[in-house]
Structure formats: C-alpha cells, structure tokens
Ligand binder design. Structure first.
Ligand code: PFF
Length: 473
C-alpha cells in the first residue's frame, strides 16, 4: 500500500460500513411517513425508479472518484483539478453541520434505549408522562447524552478504517437486521396493525396525476439523503476500497440494501402506530413520542419494555453507523492534508480535533431544546428569535437550520455539480476506467453516460429547488 490512510479489510466489510452509513435515522423516521403520506405504493414506485437511476449513478460517481484518487472529499476534487476543491469543501462543511445534530438525536436515542433497559430491571427509566417534552428542555441531560454519543463516535473512528469503522459495522449491521425482523414479526401480531401496512403500501396513483411534482421532489430528497450522497461520504469510503473490488455492483448493492431496510422500518413503525391508534407523523415526534407510547402504554408491561429496548437499540445502531461516516468525512480531510505534507496521519489526534469542533458546532441544536427556546426552559433560542427572522422550517430550531444548509442546499448542489463535472469536465471515461480497474468490463457505459450528463443534473436541480422552497416557504 502506497500510504497509511487505511483500507477496508474485505468487500463485505466495506458494504457493511457503506450500508451502515446509508441506513440511519432517515430510514426510520423519514421514509415510512413520507411514503405513506405521499401516495403509498405510488410513492414507492417513484422512489425505486429514482434510486435505480439517480441513486446508483451518484453512488458510482462518488465511489469511483474516491477510489481513483485515494483521497477524501476535498483531496479527491483537488487531485482531479485543483480549481474544483471547493466542491469537496462543501461536502466537509455538510459533514460538520450534520454530524452535530445527528449526534444530538443519537444521544436522545441512547437515552430512550437506557430508559427501557432501566424499566426492564425494575427501575424508573422515564420519569414523567410526556417525557419527550420534558427531556428536550432538560439541558444537562440533552448535552450530556450528546457528549456520550459523540464519544462513542470518537472511539470507533479513532480505531481506524478496518480496525474501527469496519469492525463495528460488520457486527452491528447484521444485529440491526436481526432485531428489525423480530420487531416486525412482533408488531405484525398486534391487532389493528393492518391499517399501518395499508397506509404504507396501498398505492394512490391519483397523486401521481394530481401532484406528481410533490411526489417526485419528496422521493428524490429522501432518496439522496438516505443514501448518504452529495457530501463526499461515499467518496471517502470509496477511497479505502481495494482496486480489485467491483465498483458497479457495489453501487447497486448499497441502494438495494438501504431501500430494503427503509421498507422494513416502515413495516415496524407504521403498523405499531396503527395498532395503538397513534397519529402517524414524521421526525422526532414519530420516533420519540409515538413510538415510546407504543411500547410504554400500548404494549405495556415487560413485553413492552423488551420490545421498546430492542427497537431503540436498533435505532441506536443505525444512528452510530451513520454518524461515524459523517465524522470520517471530516477526519479524512485533515488526515489527507497531513499525508500530502509527508506527515504521519495521526488519526487519533485528528479524530479528537474534528469531533471537538463538530461538538461545538452542533451544540446549539441541543441547547435550543429542538426549538423549545428559553421561554420553554432551554438555554438558547432558535434562529428565528435570536436573529429576529421570520418563523419557517429553516429557522424554527437550530437542527432544522443546519439541516437546511446541509441537506437543503449543500448536498443537492454537491451531487449536481459532481454529476456535471463527471459528465462534462472530467469525462465519464474516467468512471469507466476506474470500474474496469477491477478487471471486469464496464457494460453499462452508455447508460451511465446519459445519466451523468443529463438525468442526474436535472433531478438534482429539482431537489435543490424543492428543498429550498420547503425549508423557507
Ligand atoms: N443516510 C443517513 C440517514 O439516512 O439517516 C444520513 C447520512 C449519513 C447522510 C451520512 C449523509 C451522510 F454522509
């Protein structure tokens, strides 16, 4: 190996890590609700087409750029053409913005997991009714669990590519799948669960005719966030992949696995809400409020605590394997810089530096209590109150503000620019050559050529427009 950046031990390990990055909170609290609320089976059809055409293409582009250059987001663009380094910087910026709030949420998931565990051992895991509302205003609690979750990330990422990220993902992801199956089967046995499947799957093809643009933008936005695309995460993970591994098939396996887990999450969450008559929703309300009520009050008793623990534990795994990939994007940036200067990577030190910066950047998302504000007992106000801005999705809390900058602007822009650069500047031949480096012919060249040049830029422009208008509309 020509440098000491690190490398995946096996293709299986790489796939577990990449699927681990893709499978996250987005699958569990975003996909099920959006699917059900935007046409069910009809949404699913649009989602599958987008994932197959746009998702696979951007995935291939990122993996190929990463492996070809052997660098993370910034280094990869810099080595292709110095003047495009800024595209890589956009990715690292997104990483910083997301890893903070993602870890605040991860900390909450950890708190809920422990809550059910304490209940199981006869303690009182959750103090009051309406725990969610009181917890998000509990500043020492929110910040403390945020710090613990960040520490878990640090320990894993410090372990290195194969010794930390891969090792953890190879155990965690099969565990996640197994627990998911248990929860799905158990939920399926609850009376009244059927309504949940109907909500999720029964196609409403009427919406395709009446509101096609809405279905398209919702599906496309969900798809690229869920696949961890547009911020150099897959560039970074691809940079640790051996030349002999098949890029094209990996670019298909990851989206397929991610979509299967999203559907499985839907089959756990929506029928559970249906069985206990809880409102369907999306985001923190669904994950922390409705689902907690399902286990605590709906199922109740020991079985409720067991299932609650298992459910939150699987969400915890999903959150960790995603947030380590976000932190790795930031760390790889520093490590590459050091290697280019002929220094040792000093991974442990670089991980701590990046995690501390990310922690500080993310702190406001914990301190405003997800928009609870000082008036509601939090220690900081949301951007709307702080800067006297109109109240809209992007200013209602710091989490959504960061999410707006990253998921709303930087990521779709990043994916769009990458596709245009590959299609029109670097040339799609570069992708073909990188794929063929594994010794297999790249059969779908013509198809990907059209995708990179025309289809992906157009769809990503739609996503960009849709995200910006929904955040500031
Ligand atoms: N794919 C993750 C999810 O669905 O929750 C989120 C994510 C992780 C986005 C890593 C981007 C990324 F680089």
């Amino acid at each position: 190996m020509e440098n000491n950046r690190g490398q995946w031990g096996s293709n299986f390990g790489f796939i577990m890590a990449a699927v681990g990055s893709a499978v996250g909170l987005g699958n569990i609290w975003g996909f099920p609700y959006k699917c059900g609320a935007t046409g069910g089976g009809a949404f699913l059809l649009v989602y599958l087409i987008l994932a197959a055409v746009v998702g696979v293409t951007v995935m291939l582009g990122e993996l190929a750029i990463g492996r070809k250059t052997g660098r993370g987001a910034v280094g990869a663009y810099a080595s292709l053409a110095k003047k495009y380094s800024w595209v890589g910087y956009m990715g690292v910026a997104s990483g910083f913005l997301i890893v903070g709030f993602y870890s605040v949420l991860g900390g909450m998931v950890l708190r809920y997991t422990l809550g059910f565990l304490i209940n199981l051992f006869g303690g009182t895991g959750f103090g009051v009714d309406g725990f969610f509302g009181s917890w998000i205003a509990n500043m020492p609690g929110m910040v403390g669990f945020y710090a613990i979750f960040m520490l878990i990330n640090i320990v894993i990422v410090m372990g290195g590519v194969s010794g930390g990220i891969e090792k953890f993902s190879k155990i965690a992801m099969p565990c996640l799948a197994a627990i998911m199956v248990i929860v799905i089967v158990f939920v399926a046995c609850q009376p009244g669960a059927g309504e949940g499947y109907k909500f999720l799957f029964v196609p409403d093809f009427g919406v395709l005719a009446s509101d096609f643009f809405n279905v398209l933008k919702t599906a496309a936005g969900q798809m690229f966030f869920s696949l961890s695309l547009g911020m150099g995460c897959m560039i970074t993970y691809g940079s640790y992949l051996a030349k002999k591994e098949d890029l094209a098939s990996n670019s298909i396996i990851i989206p397929v696995a991610d979509t299967i887990v999203a559907l499985m999450a839907g089959m756990a969450v929506m029928p559970a809400c249906a069985a206990y008559g809880l409102e369907y929703g999306a985001g923190p309300g669904l994950l922390f409020n409705s689902m907690q009520t399902v286990f605590l009050q709906g199922m109740g008793g020991t079985i409720g605590n067991i299932m609650g623990f298992l459910f939150y534990f699987l969400v915890l795994i999903a959150a960790i394997t995603s947030s380590i990939s976000l932190l790795e994007v930031c760390c790889a940036f520093l490590i590459d810089k050091r290697i280019d200067k002929g220094q040792e990577p000093a991974r442990k030190k670089m991980t701590i530096i990046m995690a501390v910066i990310a922690f500080i950047v993310g702190l406001p998302t914990a301190l405003d209590g997800l928009g609870t504000n000082v008036a509601g007992g939090a220690w900081m106000n949301n951007p709307a109150v702080m800067f006297n801005l109109p109240v809209m999705a992007a200013t209602a809390d710091w989490l959504d503000f960061y999410d707006f900058l990253a998921e709303g602007v930087l990521m779709p822009l990043g994916a769009m620019i990458m596709s245009i650069l590959i299609g029109w500047v670097f040339g799609t031949k570069m992708i073909a050559e990188e794929c063929e480096a594994s010794g297999k012919p790249f059969k779908a060249y013509k198809y990907f050529d059209v995708c990179f040049k025309y289809i992906v830029p157009v769809i990503m422009a739609i996503v960009l427009y849709a995200q910006v208008t929904s955040f500031i509309g």
